[in-house]
Ligand binder design. Sequence first.
Ligand SMILES: *Cc1c(COP(=O)(O)O)cnc(C)c1O
Length: 377
Amino acid sequence: MTDRIRRFLADKQPETPCLVVDLDVVEFNYRRMRELLPQAKIFYAMKANPANEVLARLGKLGSNFDTASRGEIELCFAQGVGAERISFGNTIKKEKDIAWAHQNGVRLYAFDSEAELQKLARSAPGARVFCRVLVDCDGAEWPLSKKFGCAPDMARDLLKRANDMGLEAYGVSFHVGSQQTDLDQWDRALAQVSQMFYALAETGIDLKMVNLGGGFPARYRKDVAPVEAYCEAVQRALVRHFGNRMPEVIIEPGRSMVGDAGVLQSEVVLISRKSANDRKRWVYLDVGKFGGLAETMDESIKYRITTPYPAGGRSGPVVLAGPTCDSADILYEKTEYKMPLALKVGDKVEILSTGAYTTTYASVAFNGFAPLKTYCI
Ligand SMILES: *Cc1c(COP(=O)(O)O)cnc(C)c1O
């Protein structure tokens, strides 16, 4: 937690639950990525945290934006980000939204199927299109496997046809899975992608761009390599597979831009046991799966949690759960979490590195609980 966030929470005593985002950390993360991968254009994957203040800060720094819907594109426009800095990166788009984006100047679109390519040809003639390929997301704590991308053979055929359909076959994208912990995954993916570049070049189609997606980490319970090591691995893989025929490179970090910039403060609502000799206490917080912590699904993302009590004091195992009347609203049951024995109802706890995939993953008002509030400072 940064001093600025600590001070904000102490001075303002905001109602919980709430997320506090330190925009200086977002800026720091952006600048560091620019420095470590200078030839890559950053398209911030805004679904990770689309708060106006976050978009404004990144927009001012010159970032580009990866968007998934008309709504997200409109949020960018509202912050003065021009269409030339926007990629419509969702492979699943309504044709009327493609037409709207095209009319509003968006030039860059993703696809991974023939039907989507046909929509683009009809409603965004002349646009630059890139094909997303399937990669296995081994090593990712939040895999995006299977749903997105097509097999490399199909990608090659579709890119070949894109030019004939009046589009510009511009490049290839992939995503190694979010919170990727295996640094070799980019090398594997780029080996495949560079083969496609060479195969298509032989048929007279010169792709210009490779889009490396996201996958860069935030700091949860498990240690991860520093961003420097990630960027070095990516850089090495690019040089190994493209050498001096380096295409334009795009990266789409979401989690690594905003994750560590946010702290979610929550209050302990109830502590109980299920029987007199229950070994584990149940600790119910005022935030849960429906209030912004959706990524605890299958206990995938394991957040660090701090309490007001000094580390190293007496503690015991807990089941952590949210406040709603749905039994799926349990955060951690199988994963071992320990909390101080002194913990009591009304205590505030802080859930760290919650700047990504929280606020917009909250339900509208399930059980009457308001969506998670954000303070950007
Ligand atoms: C979600 C998403 C990202 C961001 O991934 P992170 O792992 O959060 O960095 C990037 N690109 C696309 C296409 C996405 O859908």
